[in-house]
Design a protein around this ligand. Structure first.
Ligand SMILES: [Zn+2]
Length: 64
């Protein structure tokens, strides 16, 4: 049995978007270290740490 909805469901913009994990840059020790910490944090279920590390990896810009 389906109940009628009082209003149509609008697409909801979530404040916390789930972005795909950034890829570590191959050959960069910093990125590789961050990536392994991220894997570790994910296995612990520490998602806020995972997202911190994602930010760091994304910010670790490489010149070219
Ligand atoms: Zn890097």
């Amino acid at each position: 049995m389906t109940e009628p909805k009082p209003y149509p469901t609008a697409p909801v913009e979530l404040p916390l978007r789930l972005e795909p994990d950034p890829e570590p840059t191959a050959g960069c020790d910093v990125c590789l270290a961050l990536d392994s910490q991220r894997t570790e944090a994910r296995m612990r279920g520490d998602l806020s740490k995972v997202s911190d590390l994602n930010v760091e990896i994304r910010r670790h810009a490489h010149g070219s």
